[in-house]
Write a new protein. Structure first.
Length: 137
């Protein structure tokens, strides 16, 4: 039993080190392992509820961590789009369209620009306009 506990701790350490788990996720996992240990030793009245609490805690924590990561990714995409178009977070939709028109006139493939740059400018404009529309709702 001691060997399994050591193996579990080593596996958790490896998962945190490799970035598979975040440090916030360790407490519910350890609670679940403690509950499993207690249930295996015969204390079902303590072990099984501990496992249940650990599962619910881990599940809720994972959903929050994934949701915040998605928001961070979206925020960084919006910041990159602002930088590409040269607008601030205080600019309105008309200013975004104005900057897009000016930049696309220079970088359009018909005027000697690259298709990739024009596509990036269009994507940045669409992302920023969608973000403005979502903030209004």
């Amino acid at each position: 039993m001691t060997f399994l506990a050591i193996l579990a701790f080593l596996a958790l350490g490896w998962a945190v080190w490799k970035g598979k788990l975040q440090k916030q996720q360790l407490l519910p996992i350890l609670l679940g392992l403690a509950g499993a240990f207690l249930a295996a030793r015969g204390s079902l009245w303590i072990g099984l509820p501990a496992i249940g609490v650990a599962v619910l805690w881990y599940r809720g924590l994972s959903l929050r961590l994934l949701g915040s990561r998605a928001k961070q990714d979206n925020a960084s995409d919006i910041d990159a789009a602002r930088f590409l178009l040269g607008v601030s977070r205080f600019d309105d939709a008309e200013r975004i369209r104005e900057r897009h028109r000016a930049l696309i006139a220079q970088d359009h493939p018909d005027t000697g620009g690259s298709a990739e740059r024009a596509a990036a400018l269009n994507k940045a404009r669409d992302l920023l306009l969608d973000d403005l529309n979502n903030k209004r709702l």
